[in-house]
Design a protein around this ligand. Structure first.
Ligand code: PAF
Length: 284
């Protein structure tokens, strides 16, 4: 079947209702466009998880701070549509801002405790923008399964909490981070990097690889693991540390020592881009 495109919530609901009328289940992959292999791997997994795949492209203004890149965020819409069609998306929703934020809009969704820490501390208001938009997208699509990328681990943790707390009838699944050949996590923001910055951006994944090796050799002290990441980054002068944290992967509380399960989240500025990556440790 070829991919259908819709704009309005009414058209989206009619198209999804047609799937439902045939007894088909629906998986949903929300995106902000600038599609890369990370998004496409979510579509592949979504296809296996349900009869139909709905994707959205919406550069959500609410999740960008006043000094962030909303207006210059990449919007290669023709390329994105073609990539989604090839990957097997059945229905692509491309709402306008007014479709998602109707005139007079006042409602915000806040996941307390998790939204103001880590990324949320560096980007005030960001996660309220994410939870508010994803709530609206989920209400409109009403999927059986929601697919999120592990690269944005804090986002996934917050959205899992939100769906559970709001009794949303949706299963939240995470797809593994997809990486370039040298280990750099795929991200729409990699497009901002000049050649020398791109070469040094590999510091993020290399720092995490060294932390993983230390964990495998038995290191459990968070300070030592953070120092190991910093030790790698020191060799990359174009990489400026924003944050390195070792946290509990459910509560995001900082850990002094790693137990069976931990998350190391890193953020760095490389040229004009702020890049993130993470490592989930499950005692392996
Ligand atoms: O991860 C993203 O691309 C966005 O934060 C999301 C989940 C599509 C909400 O705008």
């Amino acid at each position: 079947m070829s991919m259908r495109r819709v704009r309005t919530v009414a058209a989206l609901r009619t198209a999804v209702a047609a799937f439902r009328a045939r007894g088909e289940s629906v998986a949903f992959v929300p995106t902000m466009g600038a599609i890369h292999d990370g998004h496409l791997s979510l579509v592949t997994r979504a296809r296996k998880s349900a009869d139909r795949v709905v994707a959205s492209i919406f550069v959500n203004p609410l999740q960008f701070g006043p000094r962030e890149d909303h207006s210059r965020y990449p919007r290669p819409i023709a390329r994105d549509r073609a990539a989604f069609a090839r990957a097997g998306v059945d229905l692509l929703w491309e709402p306008h801002v007014a479709d998602v934020y109707p005139t007079g809009d006042r409602t915000r969704v806040v996941v307390e405790g998790l939204s103001g820490v880590l990324e949320g501390a560096s980007r005030p208001g960001h996660f309220v923008g994410v939870t508010t938009v994803v709530t609206r997208l989920l209400h409109a699509v009403q999927p059986d399964v929601l697919w999120l990328g592990q690269k944005d681990a804090q986002q996934a943790i917050i959205l899992e909490r939100m769906c559970a707390d709001l009794l949303m009838p949706v299963r939240v699944r995470r797809g593994a981070t997809v990486r370039e050949a040298d280990g750099l996590a795929m991200s729409s923001r990699n497009a901002y990097l000049a050649a020398d910055e791109r070469a040094q951006a590999v510091a993020l994944s290399q720092g995490l690889a060294v932390a993983r090796a230390k964990l495998r050799y038995g290191e459990r002290g968070a300070a030592k693991l953070i120092a190991a990441v910093r030790g790698v980054w020191r060799h990359f002068p174009l990489v400026r540390e924003d944050s390195i944290h070792v946290v509990d992967p459910v509560t995001l509380a900082p850990l002094r020592r790693v137990g069976a399960h931990a998350l190391i989240v890193v953020a760095a500025r490389v040229g004009p881009a702020r890049l993130i990556d993470n490592l989930e440790w499950r005692g392996r």
